[in-house]
Design a protein around this ligand. Structure first.
Ligand code: AMP
Ligand code: MN
Ligand code: MN
Ligand code: MN
Length: 302
């Protein structure tokens, strides 16, 4: 891996810290994503593929050529367990953690990513088998999509169904296969969220919670917010929240900004760009330069 040096940050920089490439579930190669980022008028970009650093080298090289600042990142899959303080009910759900500037050779971080990668295939096979009962779909169709060794998730099955003309776009797939639906299978072999935060810190990385309470996970406006859950994450070493993300509702953003002020944490904003697979546009949300400075000050790489 080439040396990755932290970018110089200027007050006028347009910064997007959450993008995906073909190394996970994005539609563009790392090179294409960075070229599109430059064309979109961004100055500093992070590549944050799911559970892999495989795109960093290519992205670093093309950013150097384009004069773009590059921030190496990972979107780490984890699973949280929370007990409702009122009902005592145990609740498990997936949590994505953005890890900025970790040491990619850290053994614990590598083990966490490897465990998730191994479970990905069997999980996608289970989902595909259930879909095959209702749709003209087989595992070999999904295999065609993931044959290049990408860190694949449900979007790989969505793309196989699009290729076969069973659905029109990825969004339709997620209306079918969501946690709790008959086709869904959760991840196994992924780290607990608290452990994942500690692993990222142990690798010198800066853990930022990706799209907190996105897509229906937030309580309704006026309802009690999950403060205990967030305090546990902060105590474990969470550095901040990705507040400005299209899937985080306004009342959740407001609450998160208050929490960040209370605990002097970082807030970011980003696109979560996946190429043509999703509507998210590069630079649709940005991170303030002072916030990136704070991330760089805490990170290992560079
Ligand atoms: P998985 O890893 O199988 O849980 O898939 C998660 C990925 O699917 C996310 O990283 C997004 O890229 C994508 N995704 C999840 N939910 C949706 C949705 N409702 N619409 C579009 N893409 C989604
Ligand atoms: Mn994704
Ligand atoms: Mn995510
Ligand atoms: Mn993402």
């Amino acid at each position: 891996m080439p040396t990755i040096s932290a970018p110089q940050v200027r007050a006028s920089d347009r910064i997007d810290l959450h993008t995906h490439s073909t190394r996970s579930d994005g539609r563009g190669t790392p090179e294409q994503v960075m070229r599109e980022a430059a064309a979109a008028g961004l100055n500093i970009v992070a590549l944050t593929d799911h559970d892999t650093t495989a795109g960093w080298t290519e992205a670093t090289e093309v950013c150097a050529e384009l004069g773009l600042g590059f921030v190496p990142g990972i979107e780490l899959t984890s699973r949280a367990t929370e007990t409702d303080p009122e009902t005592g009910r145990v609740h498990r759900f997936g949590v994505h953690l953005l890890a900025y500037l970790p040491d990619p050779n850290n053994p614990e971080l590598q083990a966490a990513m490897a465990g998730t990668l191994e479970s990905r295939i069997s999980r996608l096979q289970a989902i595909t088998e259930r879909l095959a009962e209702d749709f003209d779909l087989a595992w070999e169709h999904v295999e065609d999509i993931i044959s290049d060794g990408r860190s694949a998730g449900r979007p790989a099955i969505a793309d196989a169904m699009i290729v076969r003309g069973l659905i029109g776009k990825r969004d339709e797939f997620f209306d079918l296969v969501y946690p709790g639906s008959k086709y869904y299978q959760p991840y196994s072999g992924v780290p607990d969220t608290i452990d994942a935060i500690k692993i990222i810190r142990g690798a010198g990385g800066v853990p930022v919670l990706a799209h907190p309470m996105a897509r229906g996970k937030a309580p309704e406006p006026g309802q009690r917010m999950p403060r205990e859950h967030f305090l546990n994450l902060i105590e474990a070493g969470l550095a901040g929240f990705e507040v400005a993300h299209r899937d985080v509702p306004p009342h959740a953003r407001e609450w998160l900004i208050g929490l960040a002020q209370e605990f002097n944490l970082i807030v970011t904003g980003s696109s979560d760009y996946h190429g043509t697979g999703k509507d998210n546009l590069l630079g649709e949300n940005l991170t303030a330069p002072v916030m990136l400075e704070r991330i760089l000050a805490q990170g290992f790489t560079g």
